[in-house]
Design a protein around this ligand. Structure first.
Ligand code: PLP
Length: 440
């Protein structure tokens, strides 16, 4: 299938009919971004019900890591499905779950032994991490960051602060959560300049939070995304994560890395925190781990994983079919997809950076590997974010057959499947270029 190929107005007649049916029966809470109605998808290409072909640079929100329905992942799924679908890994034992836990022990940063708790999603993984952090430390307080997205169940939502509307009317959320600004140099929350700022975004924890709000001895964990995802694909300054790690060690606070979006090769390394040499106490994974099968994993250092039997569990977590998909996914990642993410990611970032010269509305191009954000702003030099223009560009890209997704205030993210080629990156950037010209 050669994409893009757009044959109908969008949405086409069949897509429109299905959307009308959908709106009668599904929850109005869903925030659909554009009217894409999928019939099938393969590799980098998504076909809609009217026969339009789209080039996929959003991968189902950074999930379809090996491309859509990779034959080896599908084979692993069907072979496991023929054996058994479910037996409940919280209560019984089976090999795919053990094998995957062994793999994750080896793959995740740090050589010390780890213990894995399997879940069905990102948010459930974060819930597990909150519970373990409190259980192990016997401390209640948790620190998270403005712009963070950790999920939507009530515990994880208490840490999420990427949009006030996610939290509105759902309170009271869990107590003891404190938010501080994230390290975002392009729009520094303290209006300082990197180089002379003294990394105020970390210093503020000791100078302000620990002084006025909570004693560090009462803090169980700091939850942080190594690169903020939903918050706008924000890469913090180089000192940021190492300084957070030092602070955690100084006060016996657990460092929890939320790698749900950035993990499994997305940034050109297996896990994003490897770019900074960080070894977290707990690592949260989901999304790309199983190419689209619902699976999450909380990886904790064995000495932190002190909870005893029956303290936590999950009926579906670590489902054998999902574990089989994860094992096949990891094999593909190790055979070259992580490297491809680094290489094609560098090409894509370079091509996108070059567009800056042609379009003054592009303020910043940032990211690592295939986790790249393009930030839109007013072209008057004020760096004022322009979310409306960003939305128009995304819509135009959709109409031209390129699937992108927004994040943050004014950012479009490029997070294609890790099988993407340099040629496809070139095609995407050409479409993006034309879409910006039309939208602005
Ligand atoms: N953490 C991060 C960093 C995420 O990006 C997301 C989802 O976007 C989540 C947690 C929640 O994952 P899920 O939607 O699978 O619950």
């Amino acid at each position: 299938m050669k994409a893009p190929q757009i044959k109908t107005a969008l949405p086409g007649p069949k897509a429109k009919a299905l959307i009308d049916r959908d709106h009668q029966v599904t929850a109005p809470a869903y925030g659909r971004v554009y009217p894409l109605v999928v019939k099938q998808a393969s590799g980098m290409v998504v076909e809609d019900v009217d026969g339009n072909l789209f080039l996929d640079f959003m991968a189902g929100i950074a999930v379809a890591s090996t491309g859509h329905s990779h034959p080896r992942v599908v084979k692993a799924i069907s072979e496991q499905a023929k054996k058994f679908l479910h037996i409940c890994g919280s209560d019984y034992y089976y090999e795919p779950m053990v094998e995957l836990a062994e793999k994750l022990n080896r793959l995740t940063p740090g050589t010390q032994p780890k213990k894995i708790f399997f879940t069905n999603s990102g948010t459930e993984t974060v819930e597990a991490a909150i519970k373990l952090a409190r259980y192990h430390t016997k401390r209640q307080h948790i620190i998270a960051f403005h712009g963070a997205f950790h999920g939507r169940t009530l515990g994880a939502l208490s840490l999420t602060a990427s949009r006030a509307s996610h939290r509105a009317h759902f309170g009271p959320l869990i107590a003891g959560v404190h938010h501080v600004p994230y390290g975002f140099c392009y729009r520094c929350p303290y209006q300082l300049k990197y180089g002379s700022c003294g990394i105020e975004c970390v210093e503020v924890l000791e100078k302000v939070l620990f002084r006025y709000e909570v004693r560090p001895e009462e803090v169980a964990a700091i939850f942080v995304e190594p690169i903020q995802g939903e918050g706008g694909y924000i890469v913090p300054p180089p000192e940021y994560l190492p300084m957070l790690q030092s602070l955690c060690r100084k006060y016996g606070i657990l460092l929890v890395m939320d790698e749900i979006q950035s993990g499994f090769g997305r940034t050109g390394k297996m896990f994003a925190c490897e770019h900074w040499g960080i070894e977290p106490d707990i690592l949260c994974a989901a999304k790309g781990i199983a190419s689209g099968m619902p699976l999450g994993a909380m990886v904790a250092r064995a000495e932190v994983s002190t909870w005893t039997n029956t303290t936590h569990g999950s009926t579906f977590g670590g489902n054998p079919v999902a574990c089989a998909a994860a094992l096949a996914t990891i094999q593909l990642l190790e055979e070259g997809l992580v490297e491809n993410s680094a290489n094609v990611g560098a090409t894509l970032k370079d091509l996108l950076s070059r567009l800056k010269g042609h379009h003054p509305v592009i303020g910043d191009v940032r990211g690592l590997g295939l986790m790249i954000g393009v930030d839109f702003e007013r072209s008057d030099g004020s760096h004022t974010p322009d979310g409306k223009l960003r939305d128009r560009v995304m819509q135009k890209c959709f109409e031209k057959g390129l699937l992108l997704l927004s994040c943050g205030q004014s950012t479009l993210r490029f997070c294609p499947p890790l099988i993407v080629t340099a040629e496809q990156a070139g095609v995407a950037v050409k479409i993006f270029d034309a879409a910006i010209a039309e939208a602005s």
